[in-house]
Design a protein around this ligand. Structure first.
Ligand SMILES: Cc1cc2nc3c(=O)[nH]c(=O)nc-3n(C[C@H](O)[C@H](O)[C@H](O)COP(=O)(O)O)c2cc1C
Length: 142
């Protein structure tokens, strides 16, 4: 047994009657379970709607995610967008960017965007610091 196991959430993103998605997901879960370092949780959006406490807690317990999604009209399904939106992402957003900066390139209303940038950088650092250690110990992809 590998000393470090991770929790993998496999999200089935199609919810329609007669869908094919679970066939693909079952195959992928079989592949994942051949590894001794993965614990798989299958989150089927058809019976685990988002937002819901059940969905949020299972996403919160996962270390990694795989989404099995169909393509509908060159896009991904609405329930998958709802699921992604329901768990939150930090962004720094400028609507009408030209008007939001002065002639010196400084934001006209710096308070909110400076705070948002700080939160974004804190979250980025949370991911980056362990990656620095991991890449030094074992280069990615080898
Ligand atoms: C309304 C609709 C739009 C589709 N659009 C695309 C598409 O843009 N590209 C593609 O490769 N397949 C497209 N497909 C095929 C689906 O990806 C395919 O049928 C898949 O099995 C759907 O997943 P599901 O059965 O789990 O719902 C479309 C299917 C439907 C019903």
């Amino acid at each position: 047994m590998n000393s470090t196991t991770f929790a993998l959430a496999v999200i089935i993103a199609s919810v329609r009657e007669g869908r094919f998605g679970p066939v693909v997901a079952d195959w992928f879960v079989g592949q994942a379970k051949q590894r001794d370092d993965v614990n798989v949780d299958v989150i089927d959006l058809a019976d685990t709607p988002s937002p819901s406490a059940n969905f949020a807690s299972r996403i919160g317990a996962a270390d990694a995610f795989v989404v099995v999604t169909p393509e509908y009209n060159h896009g991904y399904p609405g329930p998958l967008k709802t699921a992604i939106d329901s768990v939150g992402r930090e962004t720094v957003s400028f609507h009408g960017a030209h008007a939001q900066f002065d002639e010196h390139g400084a934001p006209r209303e710096p308070a909110a965007v400076n705070t948002a940038a700080g939160v974004l950088l804190d979250q980025l650092a949370w991911w980056a610091h362990p990656l620095v250690r991991a890449r030094a110990a074992h280069p990615y992809g080898t």
